[in-house]
Design a protein around this ligand. Structure first.
Ligand code: FES
Length: 139
């Protein structure tokens, strides 16, 4: 079974989630949470609280201006979790300058679709990332 394949029960839940306005890709990010967790000895850690009260922490491992690894811890909704997981896939292996240009639209493109009322949740992932990058740059 490849890492993209899912068990039958999870498949049913993913299908159910797509009926609420999430693409299958976004639903997979939510259920499989491939980039959730923390990085010990991270080079930069940042925490951000959204206006809804949900919070994220991002961990970045950086070498020679390249993001070698990244993970998020998310205390938030399905939209926030999907967005954070997608954000890591976008920035991993990329330069800090590339990551600075990541915005809501970049993540939405990868997610393909999430409910409109959840679009603001993408901002939580972006703002947490940008806070980490700003703090790293000011060291
Ligand atoms: Fe708070 Fe989605 S409702 S991040």
């Amino acid at each position: 079974m490849s890492s993209c394949e899912i068990s039958e029960p999870q498949g049913d839940m993913i299908i159910a989630m797509t009926k609420t306005g999430y693409s299958e890709k976004a639903a997979r990010y939510y259920f499989m949470k491939p980039n959730m967790g923390r990085i010990e000895n991270a080079d930069q850690v940042a925490n951000f609280e959204g206006t809804c009260g949900d919070t994220m922490t991002i961990y970045l491992k950086i070498k020679d201006n390249v993001i070698e690894d990244a993970k998020y811890e998310v205390m938030g909704c399905a939209g926030a979790i999907s967005a954070a997981m997608a954000a890591v896939d976008i920035i991993k292996g990329k330069t800090l300058d590339f990551a600075k240009d990541v915005n809501d639209g970049t993540i939405f493109q990868v997610l393909e679709e999430i409910p409109e009322k959840k679009h603001h949740c993408i901002q939580l992932a972006v703002k947490t990332l940008h806070k980490a990058l700003d703090e790293y740059a000011s060291k």
